[in-house]
Design a protein around this ligand. Structure first.
Ligand code: ARG
Length: 572
């Protein structure tokens, strides 16, 4: 357990013992918030200001501090000294080191895992790419945040369902079919793949400007898909296959997997029911010919359910999807990892579900994230400056390869390591900030082996592996924790002891970046420890202790990287 939490709990207990039956005393959680780390280490590892207790106890803080310190019975955890109205805590460093290390070494890579999710299911809707479009950098965040959250929840014992809610429905596909019939052929689509489909789609729009009747033709083709016309459907399914084949390469590189590819078209036969239910519950109103659910009471524009011509919409499909997911998976929570631009859409959908009487709508969450730009440039499909994800990843691997060639010319499996490092650099960048913040992807930052970067963490992990190789086997049980009371070891241990709490916080806030932060801090603390101390010391007991700490660091870094979706090479 995190030491501050532990001390806060013991302090709550002490408060009750020293001042029984007093009203208005803060509980452990509030005490945790009041504990601080003094700027001067001579004043202890943590300090508690007793001023907050002056009112409920009607006493002078200086007296409170001294009475509390007298009543403090946990010297095995920390000693407490009263100083000017503060309780200053000095950790029992040796015990703390022993406990923390034992916790990690006994659980190994499972350190920080849990079973609080047992029996609960989390649905995650992420990546959710669009058919016949190249997989570009704009879909990186949804893919990596979703992937990371899935791993985090699994680590906490949840059952997870990863869903790629494919964008495989809409009038644009009618246009594409129309263009294919007019200007395309099987061979060039087979060869050009999604790029050729894009070319056809662009051509359609150019031609339609000159000849507006094309729009009608496009609509007719879409109707043919909707009616299940075999020719139209076969061609469309072929487009879909092409896209999925294209994206499978990227998912492979990123190590991302899904349990379901049920996309928008999957709900074709599941929407009548939604519409009927909305009617029965008297939620549908007609507005300019369209059927909508009025949301004025929640100060939102109406949610569009059916167009004038009876066609369903994105929201209709999301309503059907949410109901389907609840009925199929009985989810405890359903997360939608989608850009913040769709904020209104999800608020509308969730609110319609609530109006339909589904109380589980409150357990649907839009996990929003910011935009990504590339080397300072905003990207837009319309302006034609998109960055194709596959190209980006390949470039990252190449650049990593060049750096490795220079730094470690004798490394054996350079290609494999370059792949892990290059992709790790991209993943780290994507998950290094609060998810709602916009990201600017820059090569020099992503691949800076000395800065806060993926390669830096991987390098530190490889350093730990190398130390362990040199050390050979050590006996972790005969651990002399007294050798780990120095400031550097203690800072590292403190960060390690906080890791389990961080994982939970990341899960609760849907914020993988908290894990990125934690392993970055741990890597930095380890390197500081490594530079200040000789890990392999003349004294075998000291060596054994430092090697054990190295091993614990290695495991936490490795697992942390796994949780955000990075690989951990053992040599770099
Ligand atoms: N395909 C959509 C897009 O690229 C995202 C779909 C998100 N999921 C959902 N259930 N609406 O913008």
């Amino acid at each position: 357990m995190d030491m501050m939490t532990r001390i806060a709990e013991l302090l709550a207990e002490t408060l009750e013992q020293v001042f029984p039956q007093t009203e208005g005393l803060p509980g452990a959680e509030e005490l945790r918030g009041l504990l601080a780390v003094p700027p001067d280490p001579a004043l202890g590892d943590y300090a508690f200001p007793c001023f907050r207790l002056a009112k409920p106890l009607r006493k002078d803080p200086v007296r409170i501090a001294s009475e509390l310190c007298d009543g403090w019975k946990h010297a095995d955890v920390a000693s407490a000294e009263p100083v000017k109205g503060y309780m200053n805590f000095f950790l029992q460093r040796e015990n703390f080191a022993r406990e923390t290390l034992q916790a990690v070494l006994s659980q190994g890579l499972k350190y920080g895992s849990g079973d609080e999710g047992t029996g609960k299911t989390i649905c995650l809707d992420y990546s959710s790419i669009n058919i016949a479009k190249r997989f570009h950098i704009g879909h990186l965040s949804t893919t990596m945040i979703g992937n990371s959250l899935k791993r985090i929840y699994e680590f906490l014992g949840y059952h997870t369902v990863g869903i790629n809610h494919l964008g495989d429905w809409g009038t644009q596909f009618g246009k594409m079919l129309c263009a294919y019939q007019k200007w395309g052929d099987r061979e060039s689509v087979e060869k050009g793949g999604v790029d050729e489909l894009t070319r056809l789609y662009v051509k359609f729009h150019e031609e339609a400007e000159k000849d507006p009747s094309l729009e009608d033709e496009g609509r007719k083709w879409f109707k043919r898909i909707e009616d299940g016309d075999p020719e139209a459907l076969d061609t469309f399914n072929w487009f879909k296959e092409l896209t999925l084949k294209d994206t499978a390469k990227v998912y492979d590189l990123l190590g991302v997997r899904f349990d379901s590819y049920a996309g928008e078209s999957f709900y074709n036969d599941k929407m009548d029911r939604v519409v009927n239910e909305l009617k029965e519950k008297q939620l549908l109103t007609i507005s300019e010919g369209a059927s909508v659910v009025d949301l004025e009471d929640e100060k939102m524009p109406p949610c569009l359910i059916l167009k004038k011509d009876g066609a369903t919409l994105y929201a209709t499909r999301d309503l059907a999807a949410a109901i389907y997911r609840q009925e199929t998976y009985h989810f405890d929570r359903c997360l939608y990892v989608v850009a913040y631009q769709q904020d209104l859409h999800f608020r509308q959908v969730f609110s319609v579900l609530r109006k339909m009487g589904y109380d589980w709508a409150d357990r649907c969450v839009h996990v929003a994230f910011g935009m990504i730009s590339f080397e300072g440039e905003t990207l837009s499909t319309r302006k034609g400056n998109v960055v194709i994800l596959e190209d980006l990843l390949k470039q990252a691997v190449e650049k990593a390869r060049a750096i490795i060639e220079e730094k470690s010319p004798n490394l054996e499996n350079k290609d494999e390591v370059a792949k892990q490092v290059g992709i790790g650099a991209v993943v780290y960048t994507d998950l290094s900030n609060n998810r709602i913040k916009d990201i600017d992807f820059r090569w020099d930052r992503a691949l800076n082996f000395d800065g806060e970067s993926g390669p830096y963490i991987q390098y530190t992990h490889a350093r730990c592996c190398s130390v362990l190789r040199k050390a050979g086997a050590t006996d972790a049980h005969a651990l002399d924790a007294g050798a780990l009371t120095d400031d550097e070891a203690q800072s590292l241990l403190r960060l390690i002891s906080r890791f389990p709490d961080t994982i939970r916080e990341a899960a609760n806030k849907y914020e993988p970046s908290m894990i990125t932060r934690a392993i970055t801090d741990i890597a930095q603390a380890y390197n500081k420890f490594y530079y200040e101390h000789r890990i392999l010391d003349d004294d075998p007991a000291v060596s054994a202790a430092r090697v054990s700490l190295t091993d614990a660091t290695r495991m936490v870094l490795k697992q942390g990287m796994y949780l955000i979706g990075m690989e951990a090479p053992e040599r770099m």
